[in-house]
Design a protein around this ligand. Structure first.
Ligand code: FES
Length: 154
């Protein structure tokens, strides 16, 4: 993922007419391009949109997807919503945490492990997403295969 820079942030703000009411869309655009929102970007957005830093922080903190720490090269999300829970996502999560030697919300060894709340793949629970691709009916063995394949693509 590209490194965030001031110029691109300003361009994204300008593309949204520098309208403070479009802050959520601006933040979403920044996260899509760069993967996260550093503190300098919060400061820049507050200044360019005539908002307080607290206003920008409030919105960033409200949405799960607006990360404030730099993600790993790979993002692994495990669905924690009801349908997946009923099909063993808690067990799968515990397995993933052990296999990757990290907890949910952590980043280590180029991987960020995160919870997600429904991937729209409920019929194939439990579901996970790796780098934007959704996989269904994931058991421990399939999880290992998918992680090996992800690492193999590096
Ligand atoms: S509940 Fe997991 S994909 Fe919908």
């Amino acid at each position: 993922m590209a490194r965030i820079d001031e110029k691109t942030t300003s361009e994204i703000v300008a593309a949204h007419g520098a309208k403070p009411e479009l802050l959520v869309q601006i933040l979403a655009n920044i996260v899509n391009r760069f993967g996260w929102i550093p503190e300098e970007t919060v400061r820049q957005l507050a200044s360019e949109l005539n908002l307080s830093r607290a206003d920008v922080h409030g919105v960033v903190e409200y949405y799960h997807d607006f990360r404030t720490t730099e993600p790993g090269k790979h993002i692994v999300k495990i669905c924690q919503a009801e349908a997946c829970q009923s099909m063993g996502s808690e067990r799968l999560t515990a397995y993933a945490e052990k296999a990757l030697a990290m907890s949910l919300h952590d980043t280590a060894n180029d991987i960020t492990l995160e919870p997600v709340y429904c991937l729209g793949n409920c019929a194939c629970s439990p579901a996970i997403m790796i780098d934007g691709k959704t996989f269904g009916r994931v058991d421990e063995q399939r999880f290992n295969q998918l992680i090996d394949a992800m690492r193999g693509d590096d």
